[in-house]
Design a protein around this ligand. Structure first.
Ligand code: F6P
Length: 336
């Protein structure tokens, strides 16, 4: 019997369990066995793998995180890769099914060089992989940002404050831009566009003068800010850029007495139950991956183009960064 070993590599995201469930259900129908590897490649090297049955994946569709656990470790040196090769032989694994983002992609490409067959399923809230329109987890992260902006609106308005909201996803800009668009942000600052101070100040001022004495400003984390902004507000480079922007606004708009508050959405964006789109694309891509194992079409990633599943042969270009579409960036600006 052919055997798939499924594992999560890199940061977790909501929807991984939906993919694990679909893999097992489809494999059962196709007469393939699935073993679940605990904690990514660390678990494989420690022999932590177990057969997954229909029962073991029952009731997990709606659960965030991953029942398998994950790890950031990937084999890089020849010695480490050889250990993986040995385990793949020892457990008669036909194909690894790797659920992950950039780290998972790196592992898949590295192992291809050692003839370890795999299929990659894109799973990262960052949505920054170039071979797919959507990665598992992205829609849930966007939904969390949307909910947060909805909630912050009322208190921002009540107190006439500027709310600075820091999101993940750097440096691709997807979560900040699409979350900002969905949540009605008054301004979005991403690594892709950089910080345009005058533009932001003009926006806040014009809202204020137009009797909207509050603003919601989304800032992608890890923003590269010019040293002059840190100096201007008298803080060190250790200060989160989103906070520096808040201080800068307050100082530059002293005449209209701007108060600001900072919220970092942090790991909330990666947690919780997956939204329907993440469950659906996880199910679609995992199901296709099983069909590919059956047909021996390995060394491919699955992806989404619109609502269609695609198969993309492995290549180094899979590691290129997919920056958020210019169209979406401009669309968000329409509402500033
Ligand atoms: O890859 C997903 C992600 O959430 C990024 O957006 C973020 O920069 C990173 O993980 C942070 O992860 P950690 O703190 O767990 O390394």
């Amino acid at each position: 019997m052919r055997r798939i070993a499924i594992l999560c590599v890199g940061n977790d995201c909501p929807g991984l369990n939906a993919a694990i469930r679909a893999t097992v259900v489809k494999s059962n129908m196709e007469d393939l066995e699935v073993v679940g590897v605990k904690d990514g490649f660390e678990g494989l090297l420690r022999d932590q793998l177990d057969v997954l049955t229909r029962n073991s994946v029952s009731g997990i569709l709606h659960r965030g995180g991953t029942i398998l656990g994950t790890s950031l470790y990937i084999p890089e040196s020849d010695e480490e890769v050889n250990k993986v090769v040995e385990k793949v032989k020892q457990y008669s694994i036909t194909c690894l099914l790797i659920l992950g983002g950039r780290i998972g992609t790196r592992a898949a490409l590295r192992l291809m060089k050692a003839n370890v067959p795999s299929i990659l399923i894109p799973a990262t809230i960052d949505n920054d992989l170039p071979f797919t329109d959507f990665s598992i987890g992205f829609f849930t992260a966007v939904s969390h940002v949307t909910d947060a902006l909805d909630m912050l609106h009322s208190t921002a308005e009540a107190h006439h404050r500027v709310m600075i909201v820091e999101t993940m996803g750097r440096p691709s800009g997807w979560i900040a831009t699409v979350g900002g668009l969905a949540g009605g942000a008054d301004y979005v600052i991403t690594n892709a566009e950089g910080f345009k101070a005058e533009d932001l100040l003009a926006k806040i001022r014009s809202r204020y003068e137009g009797h909207k004495r509050f603003s919601i400003v989304v800032v992608e984390d890890g923003l590269k800010l010019d040293q002059k902004f840190y100096e201007e507000v008298g803080v060190t480079q250790e200060t989160p850029p989103a906070k520096v922007i808040g201080m800068y606004i307050q100082k530059a708009l002293k005449d209209i007495n701007i108060e600001w508050r900072y919220t970092s959405l942090g790991y909330l964006q990666r947690g919780g139950s997956p939204v329907s789109m993440d469950r659906i694309i996880a199910t679609m891509m995992a199901t296709r991956a099983v069909e590919m194992v059956k047909a021996a079409r390995v060394y491919h990633a699955v992806g989404m183009r619109g609502f269609t599943v695609t198969e993309v042969p492995y290549s180094e270009s899979m590691l290129n960064l997919k920056i958020v579409d210019e169209y979406l960036r401009n669309l968000a600006k329409l509402f500033y």
